[in-house]
Design a protein. Structure first.
Length: 135
């Protein structure tokens, strides 16, 4: 990749995808030393990087039910990131959009997940109704 900023962004997307899949148990043990990481490649809950097609971007990562827009930039513009994540979630047919912003000079798990309050409220309602046994 000739563009250093694009390479930085792609590295961040890859790091977030690997972190989430590993945290969620979607990769086999020792996956870093293997040519193929997945426990079940057809599992719809795998966090994936979708192929970009056409003018309607569908986000950087799909982590059902959330489209993630990954950002690793020097200047942080949260409102722009959230607006872009919501738009791309709509394009992808996902109910929620969120931005994953790299924390400068920190590890992947220290990154920030950002969404607007309206999206958070809808997600909270969805989670609460999904588990009706919990008060």
């Amino acid at each position: 990749m000739s563009n250093a900023n694009k390479a930085k962004g792609t590295d961040w997307e890859r790091a977030v995808r690997h972190f989430l899949n590993e945290s969620l148990g979607k990769y086999v043990d020792g996956w870093r030393d293997l040519p193929y990481p997945w426990r079940d490649p057809r599992d719809p809950e795998n966090v994936t990087r979708p192929a970009q097609t056409g003018a309607k971007d569908v986000g950087d990562l799909h982590a059902w039910p959330v489209v993630l827009e990954c950002k690793a930039e020097r200047g942080i513009r949260l409102a722009d990131y959230v607006r872009q994540a919501n738009k791309e979630a709509m394009h992808a047919g996902y109910p929620f959009g969120a931005a994953v912003v790299k924390a400068p000079r920190r590890s992947v798990q220290d990154g920030y997940v950002v969404m607007d309050l309206g999206t958070f409220s809808r997600m909270l309602l969805t989670l609460r109704y999904a588990d009706c046994d919990t008060p």
